[in-house]
Design a protein around this ligand. Structure first.
Ligand code: BES
Ligand code: ZN
Ligand code: ZN
Length: 466
């Protein structure tokens, strides 16, 4: 898909028309005879008139995204080469609809659908600097979201820690970022026994990825932001093996790490005056003679001991060491966010379309929710409390990797991570559990089956508003 801005009507193979608030203004008769009412997600192609009509019951951004995505799908059933749409405002929502709604993952299909590459012309009243900037930024963000979707949808056979590291290197090269790839020797030398244990039974060596963006020359750096991602390229559960039905789709357990890569891939394009660090723990959780076990006690980088009671609660073990690494290596952090498909409990709690936002700073948590809602992601805060905190106590180590209660699992996972946040960073840290929206088995809104790229837009929106 090739998006273009214009200030004139362009002659194309077809025009896309959003029917807002069910108010049909043209071709009334024929649309009525075809029983088109303008409901959400209702879409019709009138070949003679060369028009695609799509319902958009409300005019909020998400309704626009969904309507445009619906129209794109209709367009893709044709061999039209070009389409035109006239808009008044909310350019970024239209771009999201086009770019995110057009995404499909066909890498493993032997026959492609022969979708003709489309040229889309978006007519706006005027093209000034601001509109041009909004256009370019929105396209850049969507491209990163789609890149993340590709990464996450790729099978564990084709996307393992080393491949994740290779992708990080090429992102770094393209965007002039610094990139460090640290291997298991480094983890061992630096006492990162928690992360190291999780990957031990895998034939793929674990990698710690560290990307850094520093604003160029003249730009005065205002804030320093750290993003940490859970990059489990596969989560079989380990010896606490997942039941078969729960294992399917666990290639998506790398979504947090991939989101971090996607965010770093866009920062340079947005030219933000922020120093941004992206840290990803890329690990595969498998079974085997060398696997870590329930009953093991692990030594994390900050010296804390962790009793393993369930090897399927592995994400927090990887993140614990990654969070320690981040805080040891980077001074004067302003914000430290982690992104992780951490718990099924979060999906149960807030539903599969919503991310769970946790941390010690209520105002900051709320700010993150606001950023999410502003850019088309869904998020809700989940509050910590002193009683759930106690359920992580261990008889033989400093802390247990699972809670003793079966309730509140998203929160106890977040509170586990809190043990690896230094005092000075307590209020600067936000944990974002994307277990629900990162990967959904059936299409929703403008997201197709599979990976959604959750977290990318949320983080960039937050950073744009700093
Ligand atoms: N990767 C899973 C969480 C998950 C579940 C992500 C469903 C996406 C969809 C995580 O590593 C895990 O297995 N968590 C356990 C924790 C439990 C053992 C305390 C869970 O949620 O069941
Ligand atoms: Zn797990
Ligand atoms: Zn996991």
């Amino acid at each position: 898909m090739n998006l273009n801005l214009t200030t004139k009507k362009i002659k194309t193979d077809c025009e896309i028309v959003l029917i807002k608030n069910k108010k049909i203004k043209e071709n009334k008769e024929i649309l009525k005879s075809l029983n088109f009412k303008g409901n959400d997600e209702e879409c019709i192609l009138l070949p003679e008139a060369q028009k695609i009509y799509v319902g958009c019951e409300q005019t909020d951004h998400d309704s626009i995204r969904i309507a445009v995505a619906t129209a794109v799908k209709k367009l893709n059933t044709t061999n039209f080469k070009s389409a035109y749409i006239k808009i008044k405002e909310n350019l970024n929502a239209y771009i999201d609809g086009f770019e995110l709604g057009n995404y499909t993952f066909t890498h493993y299909k032997s026959e492609d659908d022969n979708i003709v590459e489309k040229n889309i012309y978006i007519e706006v009243d005027k093209i000034d600097k601001n509109i041009q900037k909004e256009f370019e930024e929105s396209v850049a963000i969507c491209n990163s979201v789609n890149m993340v979707r590709d990464f996450v949808n790729t099978t564990p056979e084709d996307f393992y820690p080393e491949i994740m590291a290779k992708n990080a290197l090429s992102i770094a090269k393209e965007n002039s970022l610094e990139c460090k790839i640290l291997d298991e020797d480094y983890l061992e030398e630096n006492n990162m026994g928690s992360m190291l244990a999780v990957g031990r039974a895998s034939r793929h060596r674990s990698k710690l990825i560290h990307l850094t963006y520093k604003p160029s020359g003249k730009v005065k750096t205002k804030k320093k932001m750290v993003l940490v991602g859970k990059g489990l390229t596969y989560d079989s559960g380990g010896l606490s093996l997942k039941p078969s039905d729960f294992m399917v789709s666990m290639k998506s357990d790398k979504s947090g790490g991939c989101a971090v890569l996607g965010i770093l891939n866009t920062i340079a394009a947005l030219n933000l005056p922020i120093e941004v660090h992206g840290i990803v723990g890329a690990v595969e959780n498998m079974i085997g003679g060398d696997a870590y076990k329930p009953d093991d006690v692990l030594y994390a980088k900050n010296g804390k001991t962790i009793e393993v009671r369930n090897t399927d609660a592995e994400g927090r073990l990887v993140l614990a060491d990654c969070l320690c690494y981040a805080q040891d290596e980077i001074a004067d952090i302003d914000y430290i966010f982690d992104f992780a498909t951490l718990t099924g409990a979060c999906v149960v709690g807030v539903g599969e379309y919503t991310s769970g936002i946790m941390g010690n700073n209520t105002a900051l948590n709320n700010q993150v929710v606001k950023s999410a809602l502003n850019c088309g992601e869904l998020a809700a805060t989940l509050p910590f409390n002193r009683y759930l905190k106690k359920t992580l106590k261990s008889e033989i180590a400093d802390i247990s990797n699972i809670s003793s209660t079966r309730y509140g699992g998203a929160i106890t996972a977040g509170m586990f991570l809190d043990n690896f946040i230094k005092k000075e960073n307590k209020e600067k840290w936000v944990h974002i559990d994307i277990a629900g929206p990162a990967f959904v088995e059936s299409a929703w809104g403008y997201n197709p089956h599979g990976a959604s790229g959750a977290g990318v837009r949320l983080a960039l929106e937050f950073m744009k508003n700093l």
